[in-house]
Unconditional design. Structure first.
Length: 324
């Protein structure tokens, strides 16, 4: 049986990944030391010497895991105590240090790395591509498969919050058998306006006016906000424009160059075959005007009667431009 890790360093600003990093260290310790005393240290309430007291050998034996949160916010007392501890670590202690960003406490970080600390990255998840990679990773870790288009639909549906996105992945893994597809995402998260916007945009860019309008009117009757529907439509059109003007090349390379996921490049390529630059430009202008109208901006002489009407008009115009 391997010995528990003595040092672990978690770097990066993403809370969910950092928490999972702490959990993974705890699991590694408990694999050989089932009885563990977990101690959390926070800079906001830290008192000088507190760390060294926690790290002192217990009269009753046992293993301690000390988690120091937010070293980047620590005062001099905590940094100095960590430095002193690292000069002579305790035998029955695992020290876990979390550091979000910046140079504060850099000497501690360097010492831990040189001391062979297990390093766990908690990288920020910001862009759509980051979120697509996160979802793909969640399913890969669960040894399950999800269709690329379903990844996009899920990100659109619940991608604003990483915890919600992780929970959605867990639910789909648990409840859906076999390959997870767009219809499965729609079944569970179809009430999300972003998911519906994805389906409306997909139909509109393919020129399927009947489907696009039926979907749109259904959600409008449900009272959903038209603003994110317009945003998704604009995003899809921009992606088609970017891919169409990027020239030839593999999906993976174009995805890196354009900041998109490879499946988005493939989807945009399929759609772009039915468009030319002039008609795509007119469609983008129509959606841009709808964006102004639904947000209550300055309207043109061809003013609309309501945000709902603005969205309908934009979707119809996209369909008409696609069909020439």
């Amino acid at each position: 049986m391997s010995a528990p890790p003595s040092l672990a360093l978690i770097t990066g600003p993403e809370d969910l990944r950092a928490e999972r990093g702490v959990d993974s260290v705890l699991a590694a310790v408990r694999a050989s030391e089932p009885e563990v005393d977990l101690i959390r240290v926070h800079p906001s309430s830290y008192q000088a010497g507190e760390l060294l007291v926690h790290a002192s050998p217990s009269l009753f034996g046992g293993w301690s895991v000390i988690v120091v949160h937010d070293l980047d916010e620590a005062d001099d007392a905590l940094v100095e105590d960590l430095t002193s501890y690292l000069e002579q670590p305790s035998d029955a202690v695992t020290l876990v240090v979390r550091h979000k960003s910046g140079n504060r406490g850099k000497r501690v970080l360097d010492t831990m790395r040189k001391g062979g600390a297990r390093v766990i990255e908690a990288k920020a998840v910001k862009t759509d591509r980051d979120k697509h990679d996160f979802v793909t990773g969640e399913f890969r870790d669960a040894r399950r498969k999800i269709a690329p288009e379903a990844v996009g639909a899920l990100v659109l549906a619940v991608g604003k919050d990483l915890r919600e996105l992780a929970s959605a992945c867990e639910q789909l893994v648990r409840d859906v058998e076999g390959l997870v597809e767009v219809d499965d995402v729609t079944t569970y998260y179809g009430e999300k306006v972003e998911t519906t916007g994805f389906r409306v945009a997909e139909a509109a860019l393919q020129g399927d006016e009947a489907t696009a309008m039926a979907l749109l009117r259904h959600v409008m009757l449900g009272g959903l906000d038209p603003v994110p529907i317009v945003a998704v439509l604009a995003m899809q059109l921009r992606q088609v424009g970017k891919v169409a003007s990027a020239g030839r090349g593999g999906s993976a390379q174009l995805a890196r160059d354009l900041g998109m996921a490879p499946w988005q490049v493939d989807a945009a390529r399929r759609v772009s075959q039915g468009w030319d630059g002039e008609r795509l430009g007119r469609a983008i202008q129509a959606v841009a005007q709808a964006d102004v109208d639904v947000k209550g901006g300055i309207r043109t002489e061809a003013s609309v009667r309501s945000p709902e009407y603005a969205v309908e008009r934009a979707v119809l115009e996209v369909c008409r431009q696609r069909n020439g």
